[in-house]
Write a protein that binds this ligand. Structure first.
Ligand code: SF4
Length: 380
């Protein structure tokens, strides 16, 4: 029997470090990138796979994968398709940043095999882009989408809200601009100020000028109410798509898919054990060169942990969780395990139940973390 799996390839390099970014990414030299490509190809070649595994999604993320040359990307891609069987209708995504790609490069990505482009836009406001420390401006961003449109049928953009000095009108403008560009998918992220970032330092001394909580709430309400009106259905807490363009890769994460992660800091999950690779890039390269395993066990996923995850990841999706699937996966009735929690959240107006489906209400989506915490089994 064929087992469907996903793969994620982490490219931890960027043209510059953004002021809010705590991801595993850095500015690199050409040598460092070359060494990293060799290491990741070795990791893929040595990975333990079986003949019955078949990839349904491939995702090159970062960092900025498009900082690499087409040849370097192709080298990794070829290692993947040599190692795994890839389903013919797979979703094959690459993250790209405006300012790192032109028409020639985008055509090259298509030729290699990518069929989905995820663009790190964040905003169409030049002042905000500067504050964020992005390398592009709004003109480059718009040109990149227009060029990509000629080449890719499936384009996603990321937008952010709750940014320093940002107003509700600026959020409205960004939402309209993205929709006017007719992209297929929009991911929306509220800014979180993470330690070890420039924003964190500025915030510590009171110089970040973030919009207050009420304004951020208004921004969130505007986005979640208006994107669906513009043809982008909300299918997950932060993700909106035209029908048929929901991200299959991320949906896999939210529904318990098994995945292989390659590269520094990448995670893998085989349905029972979650592992993570060494995050330090130099260390990752050194260990691979010396023939060592770079992954370590992060978590042995117990049945309780798997049930918790099934619930809180499932609840991120607007379709919610399905009691029948819960039963077929765990051999237990979800209402026997979580009956009291479900009842409590129904009473609070945070959850709804419709037949076998259990899902968050509009208000529940807004304070999802409060509901997710209830599904930790130690609290049952
Ligand atoms: S481009 Fe993305 S990964 Fe790179 S520094 Fe900026 S936010 Fe971080």
């Amino acid at each position: 029997m064929k087992i469907m799996v996903q793969t994620y390839i982490h490219i931890p390099f960027c043209a510059a470090k953004c002021n809010y970014c705590a991801f595993n990414s850095k500015v690199s030299t050409a040598d460092e990138r070359e060494n990293y490509i060799d290491a990741i190809v070795t990791e893929i070649k040595k990975s333990l796979t079986t003949d019955n595994l078949s990839l349904i999604t491939i995702y090159f993320g970062g960092g900025t994968p498009t900082i690499l040359t087409l040849n370097q990307i192709e080298k990794i891609f070829n290692a993947i398709i040599k190692k795994f069987h890839v389903e013919t209708n797979s979703e094959i995504t690459i993250e790209a940043n405006p300012g790192t790609v032109d028409e020639n490069y985008l055509n090259g990505l298509k030729k290699i095999g990518f069929n989905r482009l995820s663009l790190g836009m964040q905003s169409f406001n030049d002042e905000l882009l500067k504050i964020l420390g992005r390398i592009h401006n709004s003109t480059t961003a718009i040109e990149t989408v227009k060029t990509a449109r000629k080449i890719f049928d499936n384009i996603s953009v990321d937008l952010m809200y709750g940014l320093p000095h940002q107003t509700l009108d600026e959020v409205k403008f960004d939402v309209k601009r993205a929709a006017d560009l007719n992209v297929n998918h929009i991911s929306i992220y509220g800014l979180e100020v993470e330690p070890n970032t420039k924003f964190f330092q500025l915030n510590e001394v009171g110089k970040l000028n973030l919009p207050d909580e009420d304004i951020c709430g208004d921004m969130y309400d505007y986005i979640t109410e208006n994107l669906p009106k513009l043809g982008y259905n909300r299918y997950e807490v932060s993700n909106f798509a035209k029908i048929g363009y929901e991200s299959r890769h991320n949906t896999g994460y939210w529904t318990g898919a098994k995945y292989f992660g390659f590269g520094a800091g990448a995670h893998s999950y085989n349905g029972k054990i979650r592992t993570s690779n060494i995050a330090d890039i130099a260390e990752y390269i050194k260990k691979i060169r010396a023939g060592y395993d770079v992954s370590q066990v992060e978590e042995i996923v117990t049945t309780n942990a798997a049930m918790e995850e099934f619930c809180f990841l499932g609840l991120r999706m607007t379709a919610g969780i399905d009691a029948k699937i819960f039963h077929s996966r765990f051999g237990k009735n979800i209402f026997d395990i979580y009956g009291k929690i479900i009842e409590k959240n129904l009473r609070l107006g945070l959850l709804e139940v419709d037949g076998d489906k259990i899902f968050l209400t509009k208000h529940g989506m807004k304070i999802g973390n409060v509901v997710f915490a209830d599904f930790l089994l130690s609290d049952v």
